[in-house]
Design a binder for this molecule. Structure first.
Ligand SMILES: Nc1ncnc2c1ncn2[C@@H]1O[C@H](COP(=O)(O)OP(=O)(O)OP(=O)(O)O)[C@@H](O)[C@H]1O
Length: 314
């Protein structure tokens, strides 16, 4: 495990920000911490990094119980972005590397390489103040990677980036994991976690109601069946869950939407042998958004949706 945290608790002046969080992140994996504003994501990441200490609980990061002892093996993109506006990109990257123990000259060289590799060579000698927000954020992100860390911790890395830059960042995260780096990131946009992570922790109100494989979270809900038939009635209707109502189609036939409660094969047999006249049939696993609603509750899901402007979380 790259990270193992047990029963982390943090209180700020009477606010219980984190209330017994457990997190296990396998080495070399991509792990997402999902939750709405104020859920406790940043506080959890800061405790893992040793920026703040938990009131109680234990944490072991890269095999050490003292996060400061392994700081040089960690790259961290904090939620609050900021590089010195007067610095050039390569110097800003080398500066962050120096904070993690990397010689400046080497940091500048590696910084230039990283910028080139990611298609940003053209801003290597440009000052941060002359950059767009997205460019500056990319420079800061590359700065977290300059010393080739074993663990990369990214707090809301997608916020403020346009769709193309978000896609580029997803690719970058995948590439890091392919090369053996462990990546943990927080987000309130479920789609990123759904595409990138094998494992997630859902955090709401400082607690973690779910921790584990994305597939397991999605399996909390039955798969959804969407069936289109030429006929409306027949013995095959008995194979559908009780109370499933047809939506009648204009040209004849009907649509049925229901949860798959049993096995697929007996359903198919009943539909075919019962003469339903299947026109289309899809059986899909629940999405992470629906799983999030089932696990964290409507209120937390609504908070996510509000942050992402509605359907973007899906
Ligand atoms: N330094 C602090 N002093 C007092 N309260 C704090 C402090 N840091 C966080 N909190 C409170 O702890 C709770 C959790 O905050 P945290 O920043 O961890 O949430 P988050 O999930 O990262 O949210 P966001 O997505 O908005 O960054 C919030 O209620 C917040 O107001």
């Amino acid at each position: 495990m790259a990270i193992e945290a047990r029963a982390l608790v943090k209180r700020f002046d009477g606010t219980l920000a984190v209330d017994g969080v457990d997190i296990s992140v396998p080495a070399g994996s991509i792990f997402g911490i999902l939750g709405p504003n104020g859920a406790g994501k940043t506080t959890t990441l800061r405790m893992l990094l040793g920026i703040i200490d938990p009131d109680s609980g234990t944490r072991r990061v890269l095999g050490s119980e003292n996060p400061h002892a392994i700081a040089h093996r960690i790259g961290y993109l904090p939620e609050e972005r900021g590089l010195y506006p007067a610095m050039k990109a390569v110097d800003a990257i080398a500066f962050v590397g120096a904070l993690r123990g990397m010689p400046r000259k080497q940091g500048r060289e590696r910084g230039r390489e990283l910028l080139e590799e990611h298609g940003f060579g053209y801003i290597a000698d440009r000052q941060i103040r002359q950059m767009s927000k997205g460019q500056a954020q990319t420079v800061q992100l590359l700065a977290t990677l300059v010393h080739s860390p074993d663990l990369v911790v990214l707090d809301e890395p997608f916020s403020g980036l346009d769709a193309i830059s978000q896609g580029r960042l997803e690719k970058m995260i995948r590439r890091l994991a392919e090369n053996g780096t462990t990546v943990i990131f927080s987000t309130h946009v479920l789609a990123h976690a759904e595409r990138l992570c094998e494992r997630i922790a859902i955090i709401a109100g400082g607690k973690v109601p779910f921790h584990g494989l994305v597939a397991t979270a999605r399996d909390r809900l039955p798969p959804q069946v969407h069936l289109e038939t030429r006929h409306i009635e027949g013995p095959w209707r008995d194979a559908l869950p009780p109370g499933t109502e047809p939506q009648l189609k204009r040209g004849g036939g009907a649509l049925f939407d229901f949860s798959l409660t049993g096995q697929v094969e007996p359903l198919l047999t009943a539909l075919i042998e019962g003469g339903a006249g299947i026109e289309t049939l899809s059986i899909e696993r629940a999405g992470l958004h629906d799983a999030f609603v089932a696990i964290a509750g409507e209120a937390a899901a609504r908070a996510l949706d509000e942050e992402t402007g509605g359907g973007a979380a899906r």
